[in-house]
Design a protein around this ligand. Structure first.
Ligand code: DHE
Length: 552
């Protein structure tokens, strides 16, 4: 019913947008180099603008609408439509602008005030012309981009310092294209490393020694924490665009192999985790999970996790809704098992036993449960509008062992029972944060904590997107809402515990006063604020021990 309401709202917005259609705006910029090609049919756009438009699109839109603009979580944005959604040409300049500026109730953020006016104006034209073709990118191209900066033989064999690597934090400075390594014990900044455009996530090797980053430019950067100052030792471009990377964690394979999940091209690449030399590439294009025999070329790899009990990674293919279990025993010829589930697979994590993997199928409002050792689908659970768990989090109370997800499309936390007994693999409880609307991206707890932390990053209300809510894991009642501390502003995003489980680090980005705020998990008081010229739009933070051992 709620879904229906949202769809009706979207259609209403669309209708308003279409009725506003007008290709001529007042005060048009002066296009000195106009190109009026056949495909553009009256839309004037130069080659340089196509290039710039592609960059903005890749950075801000491709994640939801697909690299080739054929749609994913968001609708297709093709000039002539795809028979399902309105064509961009029909929507027209003013209609496209309405969407970009205001967003939609179903989760598209409003870009007014975030994207410069010039960029919004350019996008309104860029979307009405054919998308530029994506060139091929296979193992040869990956190898050509590979840089082994410090060969294995030249690296230290043990740490050159006495610091506690287990409590290091890798912190993403998204817009700066950098990763800061911070000593979680002393809170000192140890290094700020140039890692590539808009790094998305970090993962650590099974030993905890190496930190790997991957970002929207498809670049993987490998950081060694054994050196006095953390150093980049290798890098490679696995594709044009990516969101995920993971390493082999099974006994005997520690720090051996790395998997890269490509958004564009859609492929799984396996690399040597010591050097980043590519070993194999497998396309993920294929038939969709729901038996429609629909072949999907742009089948992007979303979240990836590594099993601790088997030599496998779980790679979630977004558009096909197929969960791939990739056995890396022979990395040049990996064995792949595909499990049909639901669309579109996005983010997910382990239950507390590490036997089951739970992943959001956000376009169908479901959470998919996979029995990893037995390579089979256990259950598909309806939770709420666009579940967005991050890796989710595991808590325990009288209801049992519960895995938690937040939702992007509505104000709801869903608690799924994971241990055997009545109610296993069902939502046994729901909770709401204060205020209305969704926008929550991440949840986090720790086995030693009685708190559950939730953000509301994409809620359009600044009063809600700048706070974090803390719930009691026993009662599942709200304990406290923590506003941005004085001297800090922006949107609160992503929480991470320290190794001891008594501090929580929260990022503030997209404001004028970015920061990483460290809270005492017991008192919920601010312990320290990390700010400075180098703290530029921080997003994800990854504690080495928790990331290595999948503690969340
Ligand atoms: Fe993310 C995780 C994709 C927008 C910050 N993001 C993920 C994962 C995927 C993904 C597939 C899971 C990786 C894994 O676990 O292996 N994210 C996407 C998108 O496609 C999307 C919607 C649009 C885009 O263009 O990227 C998107 N993500 C965002 C943001 O706007 C965020 C808030 C800031 C940013 O980087 O632009 C953001 N995503 C994150 C973070 C994680 C993440 C911090 C890791 C969470 C974790 O704890 O593991």
């Amino acid at each position: 019913m709620k879904n229906l309401k949202l769809n009706v709202l979207c259609i209403a917005l669309l209708a308003i947008a279409v009725s506003c259609k007008s290709d001529k705006k007042g005060g048009e910029p002066d296009y000195s180099k106009k190109v009026d090609t056949e495909t553009t049919k009256g839309i004037q756009i130069s080659d340089a603008e196509i290039e710039r438009g592609s960059q903005i699109y890749f950075d801000k839109c491709a994640g939801c609408h697909g690299s080739s603009r054929k749609g994913a979580t968001g609708p297709s944005l093709l000039p002539d439509g795809d028979g399902k959604y309105v064509s961009m040409k029909n929507l027209g300049t003013a209609g496209i602008r309405t969407f970009i500026e205001n967003g939609t109730p179903s989760g598209m953020p409003e870009w007014k005030g975030i994207l410069p006016e010039n960029d919004i104006e350019l996008l309104t034209r860029f979307l009405q012309v054919d998308p530029p073709a994506i060139p091929p990118y296979g193992i040869g191209e990956i190898k050509a981009s590979w840089k082994l900066i410090v060969p294995v033989a030249d690296r230290p064999t043990k740490p050159e310092h006495k610091r506690n690597i287990d409590n290091y934090f890798g912190v993403i400075m998204r817009d700066a294209g950098k990763v800061a390594i911070i000593d979680g014990d002393t809170k000192e900044k140890l290094a700020v490393l140039k890692t590539g455009f808009a790094v998305h996530i970090l993962r650590t090797s099974a030993s905890g020694r190496y930190i790997y980053s991957v970002g929207r430019d498809g670049r993987i950067t490998m950081i060694d924490t054994y050196t006095e100052t953390p150093t980049i030792v290798a890098e490679v471009k696995g594709g044009f665009d990516a969101r995920s990377v993971e390493v082999s964690k099974y006994k005997g394979f520690e720090d051996k192999y790395l998997v890269f999940g490509g958004y564009s091209p859609s492929h799984i690449a396996i690399l040597d985790a010591q050097t980043l030399e590519p070993l194999s590439v497998t396309t993920t294009s294929g038939n969709a999970c729901d038996g429609e025999k629909e072949f999907i070329e742009e089948a992007r790899v979303a979240s990836i996790v590594a099993s601790h009990t088997d030599p496998v990674w779980i790679c979630n293919v977004k558009e096909t809704g197929m969960v791939w279990i990739v056995d890396y025993t022979d990395p040049r010829k990996p064995e792949m098992t595909q499990i049909p589930s639901a669309r579109f697979l996005h983010d997910g994590g382990w239950d507390s036993t590490g036997h089951y993997f739970l992943v959001a199928a956000n376009a169908s409002n479901k959470i998919v449960v996979i029995d990893v050792p037995n390579k089979k689908l256990v259950k598909i659970i309806e939770t709420g509008i666009k579940p967005h768990p991050g890796r989710g989090t595991n808590i325990k109370n009288k209801l049992g062992n519960l895995w938690v997800t937040s939702h992007l499309g509505e104000n709801k936390l869903s608690f799924i029972k994971t241990n055997p007994g009545e109610g296993q693999w069902t939502v046994v409880k729901e909770a709401k944060a204060p205020g209305s609307g969704g926008g929550a991206l991440f949840v986090k707890s720790h086995p030693k904590s009685k708190n559950l932390w939730v953000d509301r990053t994409l809620n359009p209300d600044a009063k809600l997107n700048s706070v974090v809510d803390v719930f009691d894991t026993n009662t599942l009642e709200l304990k406290k809402t923590l506003p941005a501390p004085e001297g800090v502003n922006g949107r609160a995003v992503h929480m991470e515990y320290n190794k001891a489980g008594n501090e929580v680090w929260v990022s503030y980005f997209m404001g004028e006063k970015s920061a990483v705020v460290i809270y005492n998990d017991k008192t919920l008081k601010v312990k320290q604020i990390i700010q400075g010229d180098w703290v530029e739009n921080p997003t994800g933070k990854f504690n080495v021990y928790n990331t290595t051992h999948d503690i969340y």
